[in-house]
Write a protein that binds this ligand. Structure first.
Ligand code: 5AD
Length: 349
C-alpha cells in the first residue's frame, strides 16, 4: 500500500511522463477492481438553507444576497422517476445543514423513492445526530457521503466554525455511519488555502485506512463573497508547501485515491467539469473514476445551490445532460452501469 510519503512525492511530481504512468496505473487498477461500467448517480439538491458557516462555501449561513429555497417532496419524486427512466441506479440527495429538512420529511421522501422507483438512495446532508442517521437508514437510505475536507485538525477548525462547544469532527461520524449499515463516503477539496502537500498526502492515506466505500474529491474553487475566497492570503502557505487548486493536482489526488482504495466508487466530480468543461469529466473517468453524478435539480433552483461559481451542470437541464453523458460514454467506450452499483467491499453489519 502507498504510504503518505510516497503519496506526497506523487502529488509533487511534475514530469509529464511520470504523471502519465500514474494516471495509467490508476486506470488499470480501476478497470481490474470495479470494471469498465460507469455508474450514474442522479443528484438532487434539496435545500440551500444552511446553519453552518464553512469559510469556503457559497451557501454558508448569512449570505444576504442569496435567495434560499427548499424543494417540494413531489419534485424529488419527479427527479427519481427521471433517474429511473434514464437507467441511473442511484439518487443522491444533498443539502445544506437545514433543520427544516426534518427526519419525518426525509423519511417520507426516502420511502416514496424506494416504493416508486427502487433506486439506491445516497444522502449527503452534513452532520446529523446519531438517532436521525439511524432513522434515515431504517427508512431505506443506503449510503451516506460526508467529506472530511481535511484531516489537518487545525485547518479543519479554522475553516469550519463550530455552532456550539464540543461539536464533533466530521471524521468521527464516519465509523458510526458504517456501524449503522451505510456505505460510507468521504473526501476532500484539493487546494484549499492552508492545505500543504503533506496534509493532502495524509488525507489520501486516510482514505485507505478508513476503507471508504466512496471517495469524492475535486479542486477547490473560490466563491467570491466567502471568507476563504476574499481573504485567502491569510491562509495560504509558502509556495513550495501550498497545494495548488488546479485540475492537474486534482487528478493526481483522484488517481492516488484509486490506488489506495481499489474497490471504492469514485466519481469524476462536478468541480473538475466546472474548471474544464470540455474534458474534466472524461479525464476523471480515465484517471481512476468510475462514477458520474449528473445534476437533476429542477432548473429554477439550480443557480441558487451556489456552493462555488459556475457549477458545470447549472447550464444544462437534466435531459440535455443525459444526452451529453450518453455521448461521452460512447466516445470513451465505457458502458453505463446497471443496477445500484454498490461497493464490492461493503459488508452489511
Ligand atoms: N469549491 C470546491 N468544492 C467545494 N465544496 C464546497 N465548497 C466548495 C468550493 N468552494 C465541496 C465540499 C463539500 C461538497 C458538497 O462540495 O467538499 O463537501
Amino acid at each position: 500500500m502507498l504510504g503518505a510519503r510516497e503519496i506526497e512525492a506523487w502529488l509533487r511530481e511534475s514530469d509529464p511522463a511520470r504523471l502519465a504512468e500514474l494516471f495509467a496505473e490508476a486506470d488499470r487498477v480501476r478497470a481490474a477492481n470495479v470494471g469498465d461500467a460507469v455508474h450514474v448517480r442522479g443528484l438532487v439538491e434539496l435545500s440551500n438553507h444552511c446553519v453552518r458557516a464553512c469559510l469556503y462555501c457559497g451557501i454558508r449561513r448569512g449570505i444576504a444576497s442569496l435567495a434560499r429555497y427548499r424543494i417540494q417532496p413531489d419534485e424529488v419524486i419527479e427527479c427519481a422517476r427521471f433517474a429511473r427512466e434514464q437507467g441511473y441506479g442511484t439518487l443522491v440527495m444533498q443539502a445544506g445543514e437545514d433543520p427544516a429538512l426534518s427526519v419525518s420529511w426525509l423519511v417520507d421522501v426516502i420511502e416514496r423513492i424506494k416504493a416508486e422507483t427502487g433506486l439506491a438512495v445516497t444522502l449527503s446532508l452534513g452532520e446529523r445526530p446519531l438517532h436521525e442517521l439511524r432513522a434515515l437508514r431504517a427508512a431505506g437510505a443506503d449510503r451516506y457521503l460526508l467529506r472530511f475536507e481535511t484531516s489537518d485538525r487545525e485547518l479543519f477548525s479554522r475553516i469550519h466554525p463550530m455552532p456550539e462547544e464540543g461539536a464533533t469532527h466530521r471524521l468521527a461520524l464516519l465509523p458510526l455511519l458504517r456501524e449503522l449499515g451505510y456505505e460510507a463516503g468521504s473526501g476532500v477539496m484539493v487546494g484549499i488555502p492552508g492545505q500543504s502537500y503533506a496534509s493532502l498526502a495524509a488525507d489520501i492515506a486516510l482514505f485507505g485506512e478508513l476503507e471508504l466505500h466512496m471517495i469524492g474529491l475535486g479542486p477547490y474553487i473560490p466563491q467570491p463573497g466567502t471568507p476563504l475566497a476574499d481573504r485567502a492570503e491569510e491562509f495560504a502557505l509558502p509556495e513550495g508547501e501550498q497545494v495548488p487548486n488546479d485540475t492537474e493536482t486534482g487528478f493526481k489526488a483522484l488517481a492516488l485515491a484509486r490506488l489506495v482504495r481499489p474497490e471504492a466508487n469514485i466519481p469524476a466530480t462536478t468541480a473538475f467539469a466546472t474548471l474544464d468543461p470540455a474534458a474534466g469529466r472524461r479525464l476523471g473517468l480515465e484517471r481512476g473514476a468510475n462514477v458520474v453524478m449528473p445534476n437533476l435539480t429542477p432548473e429554477r433552483y439550480r443557480r441558487l445551490y451556489a456552493i462555488y461559481p459556475d457549477k458545470a451542470a447549472s447550464r444544462e437541464d437534466a435531459r440535455a445532460s443525459a444526452a451529453t453523458l450518453t455521448r461521452q460514454l460512447t466516445e470513451l467506450g465505457r458502458p453505463q452501469g446497471s443496477g445500484a452499483g454498490n461497493c464490492a467491499s461493503y459488508v452489511a453489519p
